[in-house]
Design a protein around this ligand. Structure first.
Ligand SMILES: CC(C)(COP(=O)(O)OP(=O)(O)OC[C@H]1O[C@@H](n2cnc3c(N)ncnc32)[C@H](O)[C@@H]1OP(=O)(O)O)[C@@H](O)C(=O)NCCC(=O)NCCS
Length: 180
């Protein structure tokens, strides 16, 4: 049938920014729930914790005709003690994985914006299956750990690859490598 000739539409422009709007926050929460509760089954019903009270949430928003349309990725950052920052709850909508480098773009804003706020050590507990992704993005493994009963690596970003970026609320535009 002729309609089978059409590929599904994917945005090819994404805005990576701090959450500043209510709709961004609502969709960010829905995405985290879909990934960490329903898909991965790590949490039952709600993945929110005390860190959400102090963390800065970051989103990747798919744009339609240059207009922000839908949250398709997220991560959050927080400062544990002076200079020491953590990233967590990295998630990209299943339909948008491995096509827009969205995970990499979210990690980039997470680390560069923390760097601009005085971060000297940026850490994350990375699921073992994502270790290679982070290593490619200039992170090193410090040790193997178990989190929520699953194998993880404590990893640290090489800040030389993440120069300070102070405009997190404005963010930056990332472009998909795959044409829509
Ligand atoms: C992990 C996750 C955020 C990656 O998002 P993504 O948008 O697919 O990642 P990117 O497209 O930015 O990946 C960058 C590169 O790493 C590759 N990559 C992606 N996931 C990878 C993995 N798990 N292992 C190795 N390489 C990976 C991509 O193919 C791409 O490589 P390329 O540049 O050579 O094409 C996404 O798979 C996800 O949401 N997973 C479920 C939740 C989760 O596991 N969160 C992380 C907890 S640590």
């Amino acid at each position: 049938m002729w309609i089978d000739d059409f590929k599904p539409y994917f945005a090819n422009e994404y805005l990576i920014k701090f959450v500043t709007q209510d709709w961004e926050r609502q969709q960010m929460r829905a995405l985290r729930q879909a990934v960490f509760c329903e898909e991965q089954g790590i949490f039952a019903g709600d993945d929110r914790d005390d860190i959400d009270n102090i963390a800065t949430p970051i989103v990747a928003i798919a744009c339609l005709a240059g207009t922000p349309d839908r949250v398709v990725g997220t991560v959050r950052i927080h400062e544990e003690k002076p200079g020491v920052w953590w990233g967590s709850r990295l998630a990209v909508d299943q339909d948008y994985r491995k096509q827009g480098s969205l995970g990499a773009a979210l990690i980039k804003l997470a680390v560069t914006s923390a760097h601009a706020q005085g971060c000297n050590t940026f850490l994350a507990q990375v699921q073992a299956r994502n270790q290679l992704l982070f290593r490619r993005l200039h992170w090193r493994s410090l040790k193997e750990i178990e989190v929520h009963g699953r194998s993880h690596y404590l990893m640290q970003a090489d800040l030389d690859w993440y120069p300070p970026y102070a405009d997190g609320a404005i963010g930056f535009v990332a472009t998909s490598r795959i044409a829509a």
